[in-house]
Write a protein that binds this ligand. Structure first.
Ligand code: SF4
Ligand code: SF4
Length: 121
């Protein structure tokens, strides 16, 4: 790289300021295809456990007996594998990020299985 080109790049970068933002003080911009936090349509889940087995960070827990699905938000690396393997396509990547936290953030979803008809109650 010539001295002239290097100087141009140097001056451009000096004038530009930092390329990073002071997150979370400043909100990070999201886009249509942003890989945000994982969402679930719990009513469609069949608790097969495919997402739990495929998750590389063990962020997901599936409990078939308790019909519950949970995720440790800050353990998720937004790879999207769980959304790809779900046979019911009930997982999706939302267009938002998990709020920063010093502790663990586990979101638990429990499927309502009360199928009792009004006449039975
Ligand atoms: S892969 Fe889909 S259907 Fe299976 S447990 Fe996970 S979310 Fe539920
Ligand atoms: S996006 Fe990746 S890391 Fe996050 S829960 Fe799904 S499989 Fe696990």
């Amino acid at each position: 790289m010539s001295i002239l080109r290097m100087s141009k790049t140097l001056i451009k970068n000096l004038l530009h300021g930092p390329f990073t933002i002071a997150y979370p003080l400043k909100k990070k911009e999201t886009y249509e295809r942003t890989r945000g936090s994982i969402g679930i349509s719990i009513d469609d889940c069949i608790f097969c456990g495919m997402c739990e087995r495929r998750c590389p960070t063990n962020a997901i827990r599936v409990d078939k007996a308790r019909v519950s699905w949970s995720i440790e938000r800050l353990q998720c690396i937004q790879c999207g594998y769980c959304t790809e393997v779900c046979p019911k396509k009930c997982l999706d990547m939302e267009n938002q990020y998990t709020e920063p936290s010093f502790g663990t953030v586990r979101d638990v979803h429990i499927k309502c299985t009360n199928t009792q008809s009004p006449s039975e109650s």
